[in-house]
Design a protein around this ligand. Structure first.
Ligand code: RIB
Ligand code: CA
Length: 310
């Protein structure tokens, strides 16, 4: 059984990644940690719990970072909606629900499972950076970190240079890349090649269970947003589910080891770039550059359609 923590900013495609992860028979999802990102953390926490509830899955969820390490939080709601989940769940009251802090959960589970643990991040890297900062001696034992973020050989999605998860907290990402932990970077280079289209949403409407209808509704919002922003793309990107896929089936992608840095200069803030000018250019990241989209999307829709049928 593979042990996994998902660190999310749920998020439409984070919700799809959660369904894909809980639909796997050989994964023990130890817990889901949440962060601000596409919406405030109160929303990503609530959205995560609602998604799990709709799937009838009892996985512990922890609230984490409210803000980037050093900058102001920004989010515009255009792609995921103001509630982060396609305007299907609406407003959340600020609450002081006491759960174990996400950062402490990550540290505790890394101490327990060490190299058997895979952490998949599908939001900004703030929780992970804080865990590494707090307990570097424990975090160095983690098995693998699979991160949806960045764009190394293709344009960004926030601007020409930067991808959203890196861009909302570039200082956290910079810190994580410098930590020398075993990172696999699942960037726009591959995630833009794994798409969901309107027929997939129609299939969930046809399945017709309450979870399938919920998933169809929030995914339709995301599809519509993609149509406006990327009119030539034939669907919307399965960014976050692909990170889960690669964590479980590394053979889905071709990777190249590189020394990745996060650009912190204002003009190209958040760009993930290979730096070959340093004295120490030892690779710190496996960068995914080619993906078997057919194999991934077949597996994704098989497992998600199954779980939405129950
Ligand atoms: O750039 C895509 C990423 O930003 C995805 O993780 C999406 O959910 C948002 O967080
Ligand atoms: Ca996300």
């Amino acid at each position: 059984m593979k042990k996994m923590i998902l660190d999310v900013d749920t998020g439409v495609d984070d919700a799809l990644a959660i369904a894909y992860a809980v639909g796997q028979s050989d994964v023990e999802l130890l817990g889901i940690t949440t962060t601000f990102g596409v919406a405030p953390v109160e929303y990503s926490y609530r959205n995560t719990k609602s998604v799990l509830g709709s799937l009838n899955k009892d996985v512990p969820v922890y609230k984490g970072s409210k803000e980037p390490l050093k900058r102001e939080r920004v989010h515009d709601g255009k792609i995921h909606g103001n509630d982060g989940i396609g305007e299907t769940l609406g407003y959340v009251e600020e609450s002081e629900t006491i759960t174990k802090d996400a950062v402490d959960f990550i540290i505790e589970q890394t101490k327990k499972y060490k190299s058997d643990l895979i952490i998949v991040t599908t939001g900004p890297l703030t929780n992970l950076a804080r865990a590494i900062d707090k307990e570097p001696q424990i975090m160095k034992y983690v098995g693998r970190i699979v991160t949806m973020g960045g764009a190394v050989a293709s344009p960004g999605n926030v601007n020409k240079f930067a991808e959203a998860n890196i861009s909302v907290d570039p200082d956290a990402a910079d810190f994580v890349f410098k930590s020398r932990l075993p990172i696999t970077l699942v960037g726009l280079d591959v995630t833009r090649k794994t798409l969901l289209n309107k027929d997939n949403v129609k299939e969930w409407e046809r399945i017709g269970t309450s979870s399938a209808k919920f998933f169809a509704a929030f995914t339709q919002f995301y599809l519509d947003a993609y149509k406006k922003i990327h009119p030539t793309l034939k669907g919307c990107a399965l960014h976050d589910p692909l990170a889960v896929g690669i964590a479980l089936y590394p053979e889905l992608v071709r990777t190249i080891p590189m020394h990745i840095e996060v650009d912190l200069s204002e003009e190209v803030l958040g760009r993930t770039v290979e730096n070959t000018n340093l004295e120490d250019t030892e690779p710190n990241t496996l960068v995914c550059l080619q993906v078997d989209s057919k194999r991934f999307t077949e597996d994704f829709f098989n497992k998600v359609n199954n779980i939405l049928s129950v």
